[in-house]
Each structure stands twice: as C-alpha cells, then as structure tokens.
Design a binder for this molecule. Structure first.
Ligand code: ATP
Ligand code: MG
Length: 277
C-alpha cells in the first residue's frame, strides 16, 4: 500500500512530548441498580492524543467518558487526570460536549458560549473577547448576536464546541457529538475538529458509532464490547496528519475501516469477559 509522506504534527502531539493525560487504573462501574456497566478498565491516554471509543450500544462508552470527566465515580479502581485523582481535577482543564447542542434558546450565540465564563465570574469584557476568539475558531464570528433557532443543526453544534473551548481546556471529551447530523455536515465538522485539535494542542476522547468517523479522526481506537461492558482491543490508526478529504478515499482509509469493521463485528458477537487494554 502507498503511504502518503508523513507531515510533521505539532510539538504537543509529537512523540517527544508524551505524558499521560488520562490513566484508568482498574476503573470499573456497577450502577446502583446492580448493572455491571464496565469491567475493570486499564487504559493510558497520552497528552495530545486523539482517541476514539467505539463499540456496540451498551458497551459502556458513555460510562467510561463520564468517569473520565468526574461526572460519575468508579465503583472500584480510579481514574487519574494528569497524574492526579480525577476528583481533584481543575474543572477548567476539561470540557464535555454532548450529542445534543443543549443551547439556551432564549440567549444569543454570544451569551450561550459565554456561559461557562459567566459561571466562573470572568469579567464581561474579557469574556466577550474570549467568546469572539472561539467563535472565529469555529467559523461563527458573524453569528454572535443570532438566536440558536436561526442556526442549522451543524452550526448549533459549532456553538456547543465553541462553548466547550472557551474555557481553554486541555482535554475535550465528546460523546457522539455529530451523531445527529447529516453526513456532509458531519464530515466538515470532523475536519474542523482535527484542525482545532492540532492548533490548540488538545487531548481528545471521542465516542462514536461510526467506523468511518473513527478512522478519519483517531490516532487510536479503543474497541469495547457489551454485556458486560469492557475494553477488548486497542487499535492504532497510523496515518499521517493533517488528514483531508483525499484520506477518505485512500487505500489506507479502506484498510483501517476494514480492520475496525472486523474488530467491531468480533466485539458485537463476543460474549467473553476477558479484557486487555
Ligand atoms: N444511570 C444508569 N443506571 C443504571 N444502568 C445504567 C446507567 N447508565 C447506563 N447504564 C447501563 O450501563 C450499560 C452501559 O451504558 P452506557 O450508556 O455507558 O453505554 P454506551 O456504550 O454509551 O451505549 P450507547 O452506544 O447506546 O450510547 C448499559 O447496560 C446501560 O443500560
Ligand atoms: Mg452512550
């Protein structure tokens, strides 16, 4: 297979700068109703990596992401962020982006994006400057005064991403953020997200059901299986960045999509309870 020439990636995402951003240490989750959502997970995600969680419905992707965010506690084991217990994390260092844009319909784009800064007590003038900055990053600088209902679904999602970025997080956690969008809009937002990831030196953990989205975006795909939820495979997508529309039709892309398809099929059929992470 012809591999395209490697393009250097930013320092923060280079091999020289590897330090763990996230460490799951035998982190497991049994919900209060007795559901074993996740068997113990051992997983290290390095600073600056783009990692995707992929697997059939109910395999614990959202559960793992919420545990990383500190929104729910592991029932055993622990999660460290930047080598510290995640409960002690500084909230401004991470942002969570959900599938729905969840915007306040009565507030314009500027106020929606400013919300986390208002909650943190950042003075309005400074906050507005930061909002303007992130709206430019997501290509919505002309829409600051517009209400959410006047925007398309894709644009609303951009507002949601801008709100996630306005606190200048180091870690972006995204739970099927583009799952409700049409394919063309989704592809465009995928490209925008990769650009932001590179420009901002972010660490991203991204949940998707889409094999193609996982191949396009990720450096690593964590494959999970259900009943009970667990990690079953850790697959490297060793294609260079930046990735563009040409990558989507390349032999490399087809190769990785095939690999993920096989792995996902195995994960969907597997009733085993073994795990390697
Ligand atoms: N709050 C909860 N209380 C009890 N059980 C839960 C709760 N949240 C999730 N579960 C169960 O835990 C398991 C994992 O759920 P989770 O939502 O993490 O899966 P998922 O991989 O994100 O699924 P999907 O792809 O459908 O979003 C499922 O069996 C689910 O029913
Ligand atoms: Mg989910």
């Amino acid at each position: 297979m012809n591999k395209p020439a490697k393009v250097p990636i930013p320092f923060s995402q280079s091999e020289n700068n590897l330090a763990p951003a996230i460490e799951a240490l035998s982190a497991e989750k049994v919900y209060s109703n007795g559901t074993q959502a996740l068997l113990p997970v051992n997983l290290t995600i390095q600073q600056g990596q783009f990692v995707t969680l992929l697997g059939p419905s109910g395999c614990g992707k959202s559960t793992l992401l919420k545990m990383i965010a500190g929104l729910i506690e592991p029932s055993d084991g622990k999660i460290l962020l930047w080598r510290k217990d995640s409960r002690l994390k500084a909230a401004e260092n991470l942002s969570f982006v959900f599938q729905e844009a969840t915007l306040m319909p009565w507030c314009n784009v500027q106020k929606n994006v400013r919300l986390p800064l208002d909650l943190a007590g950042v003075p309005k003038e400074e906050a507005n400057l930061r909002v303007a900055e992130v709206l430019t990053l997501v290509g919505l600088e002309k829409f600051a005064k517009v209400l959410p209902r006047e925007l398309s679904g894709g644009m609303q999602m951009r507002v949601s991403i801008a709100r996630g970025l306005v606190t200048r997080p180091k870690l972006l956690l995204m739970d099927e953020p583009f799952g409700a969008l049409d394919e063309i809009t989704r592809n465009k937002l995928d490209s925008d997200l990769l650009r932001l990831w590179q420009e901002q030196g972010l660490t991203v953990v991204f949940v998707t059901h889409s094999i193609h989205e996982a191949v396009f975006l990720s450096q690593r795909v964590i494959m999970m299986a259900a009943r009970p939820g667990r990690v079953v495979e850790d697959i490297a997508i060793d294609a260079p960045f930046p990735r563009d529309e040409q990558f989507r039709v390349s032999a490399d892309f087809a190769h990785y999509a095939q690999q993920l398809q096989t792995s996902l099929l195995r994960a969907s059929q597997s009733g085993e309870t073994t795990q390697h992470a």
